[in-house]
Design a protein around this ligand. Structure first.
Ligand code: ATP
Ligand code: MG
Length: 120
């Protein structure tokens, strides 16, 4: 059975058709690469898979369940990892503080920092 299925997915930004009826599947243990020139739609495809964008058409299935339009946090908890083209850390914070920020976010506690931000 496929772990991940992308089925006839399309996404447009105004007149730009970034994804046009894209379909592929990934089986357990398989390594699949997506290649294409700048602007081909790779990031848009990943953004639709991990919930940052909602596709205009098509479905995303994970282990047989439809996850189309599910929020990224939920998809992440289902086991879909994501890395970004441009990784950013907080330059004004130490390494330990950056890691603490990630852990607080993981525990849903990053909102606890907002009152302190208001004091600045
Ligand atoms: N949020 C957006 N708003 C408007 N247009 C967008 C948006 N995101 C992507 N696009 C457009 O959709 C098309 C696909 O872009 P996308 O970033 O998915 O390509 P890519 O294959 O990841 O490119 P690259 O190799 O440069 O990372 C491009 O024409 C891009 O300008
Ligand atoms: Mg990209």
């Amino acid at each position: 059975m496929s772990v991940l299925e992308v089925i006839e997915m399309s996404k447009s930004f105004g007149g730009v058709r970034a994804l046009d009826n894209v379909s592929f599947e990934l089986r357990a243990g398989e390594i699949l690469a997506m290649i294409g020139p700048n602007g081909a739609g790779k990031s848009t495809c990943f953004n639709c898979i991990n919930g940052q964008l909602r596709p205009d058409r098509g479905r995303v299935r994970l282990n047989g369940s439809d996850i189309t339009g599910t929020v990224p946090r939920r998809i992440w908890h289902l086991g879909v990892g994501r890395t970004f083209q441009i990784a950013a850390t907080f330059g004004s914070m130490s390494v330990v503080e950056n890691v603490q920020m990630c852990l607080m976010s993981l525990n849903g506690r990053s909102g606890a920092l907002l009152p302190r931000a208001g004091e600045l």
